[in-house]
Design a protein around this ligand. Sequence first.
Ligand SMILES: N=c1c2ncn([C@@H]3O[C@H](COP(=O)(O)OP(=O)(O)OP(=O)(O)O)[C@@H](O)[C@H]3O)c2ncn1[C@@H]1O[C@H](COP(=O)(O)O)[C@@H](O)[C@H]1O
Length: 108
Amino acid sequence: MTDKHILDQLYTVIAARKGADPETSYTARLFAKGTAKIAQKVGEEGVETVIAALAETPEKVASESADLLYHLTVLWADQGVKPEDVWNILAERQGISGIAEKASRTDK
Ligand SMILES: N=c1c2ncn([C@@H]3O[C@H](COP(=O)(O)OP(=O)(O)OP(=O)(O)O)[C@@H](O)[C@H]3O)c2ncn1[C@@H]1O[C@H](COP(=O)(O)O)[C@@H](O)[C@H]1O
């Protein structure tokens, strides 16, 4: 048993699929299609999650969320973003209200 978060484990599997056979790996197929296709899939799965929330069931929201997180993780690997880069940003934000953070932005 590992204590790594499942998204960290998924990232390791996804990153190892770079250059793998697109015939046998869906992830390798996405990498072969390129950034635009991967980004498009993230958008599609995001929209499907929204539709599930507005018109379907909590179970469907969970299932679409899993699709979204998988495709987002492929996009991170494509862009050279590591899960800990995202975890670190979330950790830095802990305890800071979103309203206070927005008010402190200089690029408003
Ligand atoms: N978590 C996932 C996962 N979630 C969703 N999907 C795939 O994502 C696809 C989304 O469905 P769609 O109908 O949108 O796909 P599609 O019709 O092929 O879409 P288009 O490319 O035609 O737009 C399906 O083929 C799902 O099987 C996933 N594929 C892989 N994983 C993980 O990635 C690992 C490696 O997978 P492979 O690279 O396939 O070995 C697996 O062991 C899993 O842990």
